[in-house]
Design a protein around this ligand. Structure first.
Ligand code: FES
Length: 159
């Protein structure tokens, strides 16, 4: 069957079978490079994408569920201030993210910062509840997000 969906701002038209995963279609047909999904069972976060603004494990989604949706991968965010501030703050915390964790953690951060710039600390901590990463503690992530929000506020005031 043929489906269409928006990927990072561009319309995609792909031919899929009923048994294909969204992850496989994004990698093989759409040439997305940022999805090192390895576990294929919702554990590593390496396949995480945003679907209509909500984080989703593409390894667990049948490809047909992409139809008419807005899909964003981390490539969409890498040139944004939000991404660069958060990445910089995480690096200052001494965090070296592996490729799976990088994708999951940065996308969760982007989804949170898009949703609110006044998150409660508990809300930030809960953001990582579904990303299994040994590289960063939830507290370090929360600190980095809060500093990112400060940077964004300063950047908005700077002409
Ligand atoms: S490949 Fe989907 S969570 Fe690991």
């Amino acid at each position: 069957m043929n489906i269409e969906f928006n990927l990072n701002g561009s319309m995609q038209r792909v031919t899929i079978t009923s048994v294909e995963r969204a992850l496989d279609v994004l990698i093989r047909q759409c040439d997305v490079k940022s999805l090192p999904g390895t576990c294929l069972e919702g554990q590593c976060g390496g396949c995480l994408v945003l679907i209509d603004n909500k984080p989703a494990y593409s390894c667990l989604m049948p490809a047909f569920t992409l139809r008419d949706r807005r899909v964003e991968t981390i490539e969409y965010f890498t040139k944004t201030r939000e991404y660069n501030f958060l990445y910089s703050e995480l690096s200052k915390e001494g965090t070296a993210l592996c490729s799976s964790c990088h994708n999951g953690i940065m996308l969760m951060g982007m989804a949170l910062l898009r949703r609110t710039l006044t998150p409660a600390r508990d809300e930030i901590l809960n953001t990582l509840a579904n990303v299994h990463c040994d590289s960063i503690s939830p507290d370090d992530f929360a600190d980095a997000v809060l500093k990112t929000i400060q940077h964004l506020a300063i950047a908005r005031k700077t002409p």
